[in-house]
Design a protein around this ligand. Structure first.
Ligand code: MF3
Ligand code: CO
Ligand code: CO
Length: 263
């Protein structure tokens, strides 16, 4: 297994929880402002302003050269969509907004899907993909408890998607990750895997689970133009939901759970 996984103590967890609350608060607010005709640049402006208002720093900005404060990934964009004035959301689009906030020396990372123009505006296939992807995340989260292994998470997600039997692809190249004082640290959390493999979960570990599920092939295509935008190789839709979780003495705490209980 890989590098050492950091264990956070009570004080560190309390500090990190505040970063996670900033993230989930902003994601709640995005749900209230997102509408057809809005550019992804406007979402970036909103997220940046709310992050600083809440006493945090947007982790994506300048991370490995990423030029914006949030990732916004519509339709066939799997992840790492760069906000731009010319990317305008339309009714019927599905879009992932991935917010990471840095506060108190810790990061909180979460993403959700939004239906542009409301769920009714979106196709049944798009709605099903979004629902199933959220269930896949929850299946992964249910594996989180001391003594279980990191590979159990990917196994549960893979088994859930297999059971749905819609021919969906699970993205391999991008994964969940440990986080805390660093944006990305050990362990790597794959969304496919074998039961009983990988590092053993221990209380105080914090990591993300963030399955990316494609309507078609699992294969991806990285934009040669911007070096960031990841699309499905076949142009079909992709969805993603992400939470930051803490391994507790008895199980799991979803650190980026919405204050309103929406997600
Ligand atoms: N928030 C993303 C994740 O879930 C990472 C974005 S990296 C960036 O891991 F540079 F694109 F912002
Ligand atoms: Co994220
Ligand atoms: Co993440």
């Amino acid at each position: 297994m890989g590098e050492k996984i950091t264990i956070k103590n009570k004080e560190e967890i309390a500090l990190m929880r505040e970063a996670c609350v900033v993230t989930s608060t902003i994601l709640d607010e995005v749900g209230e402002i997102i509408r057809p005709g809005m550019s992804t640049e406007e979402i970036n402006t909103f997220v940046h302003r709310r992050t600083t208002d809440l006493g945090a720093i947007p982790s994506p900005l300048n991370y490995k050269g990423f030029p914006k404060s949030v990732c916004v990934s519509p339709n066939d964009v799997i992840c790492h969509g760069i906000p731009a004035p010319f990317v305008v959301l339309q009714a019927g689009d599905i879009v992932n907004v991935d917010v990471t906030s840095y506060k108190n020396g810790f990061h909180g990372d979460s993403s959700r899907m939004y239906f542009v123009g409301g769920e009714e505006a979106c196709s049944p296939d798009a709605r099903e993909l979004v629902r199933v992807t959220r269930e896949a995340l929850m299946a992964g989260i249910r594996q989180v408890k001391p003594g279980n292994r990191i590979g159990d998470i990917g196994f549960a997600i893979q088994e859930y998607i297999r059971g749905i039997d819609r021919g969906y692809g699970i993205v391999r190249e991008y994964t969940g990750h440990g986080l805390g004082r660093e944006f990305h640290e050990a362990p790597q959390v794959l969304h496919v895997g074998r039961k009983g493999t990988g590092d053993i979960m221990k209380p105080g570990m914090t990591f993300t689970i963030e399955p990316m599920i494609n309507a078609g092939t699992h294969k991806t295509s990285l934009s040669k133009l911007d070096g960031w935008t990841v699309r499905t190789a076949d142009g079909k839709l992709s969805a993603q939901w992400e939470h930051t979780v803490l391994v507790t003495e008895t199980g799991v705490e979803i650190m980026t759970k919405s204050p309103t209980g929406l997600f």
